[in-house]
Design a protein around this ligand. Structure first.
Ligand SMILES: Cc1ncc(COP(=O)(O)O)c(C=O)c1O
Length: 394
């Protein structure tokens, strides 16, 4: 059996043609494919605006900047996430306050967040970054209500959940990242994600002011708009109007642009996003049926409506033994995640073992199984069989 990773991209001839066509065009970067990708993505997610970026980490950084995170600002997030969800706060000098997960959903426990907020004077915290971990949607309506009570902003980290949704109190499906509840949402197009562009990221929002700020910050803080210039026409070297070359750098921004050929790949992949989700849900239901009621399974992602299944997680006894057994059989399961608060960088900031029992207990027994649309039935059966074999349960 060939190597089976936990996640991988799928590239079709159509994807390759889309990239090659862009390489042969006049634009390698800042060309028409970026707007095409942004518009198609906003439509897919159901948000008003989308801003394509170099990667998901850049997206998080710009969100924190656009929302005005300053040194000392406290922001709440989950320890069970990729470090970038927390690091964006640190880039702006803010303080990350981790809060424990719900052991059933593996998501930030809103009740724990509420008690953090209740214990501190109003104004202590500035924002919350819920992460749709593994592809399971947070109940953002509930988070919005809580955030409004305490005047907080929300960045939804939807890197795992494009195509995912939750059911709101009106029984309506709300897509992850649609901007109806979070101020900003971010996505990644790293190859293991649902949509691959090599490196790539996206921010979605329904807020026009934030959208315009993000466009500026993506390109060095540069403005190219006669109505917004603050230097005079005379200074700019014009007579009646600003000359064609003129532009102003009005804020400290970055070069966080995506290239046109990456956007072409992303846009081409997006056309298959729905198909991919359907396949991921099928794979999840096969895992669920295979492991339901197995004595060695302590928890699993399960079959959850609206789950986007970036990952399928099982919690098991002797996780190390199983991990090594699977590797010896060419199956590369993975751990998501080592709790972020126990990374040496965050330990140095004062976090210690025992701070978040649910996250730490989850980490000791979690394993992400192969989950990607091109995983074949035979490959999945082989994975399941090897797990059963390891536990002598065949
Ligand atoms: C939850 C989460 N947030 C943020 C990121 C960062 O995205 P990128 O790798 O595109 O910078 C990732 C990607 O690994 C992620 O999984």
């Amino acid at each position: 059996m060939k190597a089976i990773p936990y996640g991988r991209q799928s590239i079709t001839e159509e994807d390759i043609n889309a990239v090659v066509e862009t390489l042969k065009s006049d634009y390698l970067t800042q060309g028409p494919k970026i707007a095409e990708f942004e518009n198609a993505f906003a439509e897919y997610i159901g948000s008003k605006y989308a801003v394509a970026l170099a990667n998901g980490t850049a997206a998080l950084h710009l969100c924190a900047l656009a929302l005005g995170v300053k040194p000392g600002d406290k922001v709440i997030t989950t320890p069970i996430t990729f470090a970038a969800s927390a690091n964006c706060v640190r880039y702006c000098g803010g303080e990350v306050v981790f809060s424990d997960i719900d052991p059933e959903t593996y998501l930030l426990d809103i009740n724990k967040v509420r008690s953090l907020l209740e214990k501190a004077p109003k104004g202590t915290y500035k924002g919350i970054i819920p992460v749709d971990f593994a592809g399971r949607a947070n109940d953002l309506e509930a988070f919005r209500a809580l955030a409004d009570e305490y005047d907080l902003w929300i960045i939804e980290d939807s890197c795992h959940s494009p195509g995912g949704s939750f059911i709101d109190s009106h029984n309506k499906a709300q897509n992850c990242g649609n901007g109806n509840f979070a101020d900003l949402a971010i996505f990644s197009f790293h190859p293991v994600k649902h949509i691959a562009s090599g490196e790539g990221g996206m921010i979605t929002t329904n807020d026009k002011d934030l959208y315009e700020k993000l466009l500026q910050l993506r390109t060095h803080g540069i403005v190219k708009n006669n109505d917004l210039y603050t230097n005079s026409i005379e200074f700019a070297g014009g007579q009646e109007e600003y000359p064609g070359w003129y532009m102003e750098m009005q804020n400290l921004g970055y070069n966080y642009r995506i290239t046109d050929f990456q956007a072409a790949l992303g846009a081409s992949q997006l056309k298959r996003a729905n198909e991919g989700i359907i396949k991921r849900r099928d794979i999840a239901s096969v895992y669920f049926d295979a492991f339901d009621e197995k004595p060695f399974i302590k928890g699993q992602s399960g079959v959850i409506k609206g789950h986007a299944y970036h990952l399928y997680v099982i919690e098991v006894e002797d996780r190390l033994g199983l991990y090594n057994h699977l590797r010896s059989k060419n199956i590369y399961a993975q751990i998501h995640y080592i709790p972020c608060h126990l990374m040496p960088y965050y330990r140095d900031l004062g976090w210690v073992e025992g701070d978040f029992p649910h996250a730490e207990n989850y980490y000791k027994q979690c394993l992400s199984l192969p989950m990607y649309p091109t995983l074949t039935e035979d490959e999945q059966a082989y994975v399941i069989n090897e797990i059963n074999t390891f536990y002598n349960d065949i």
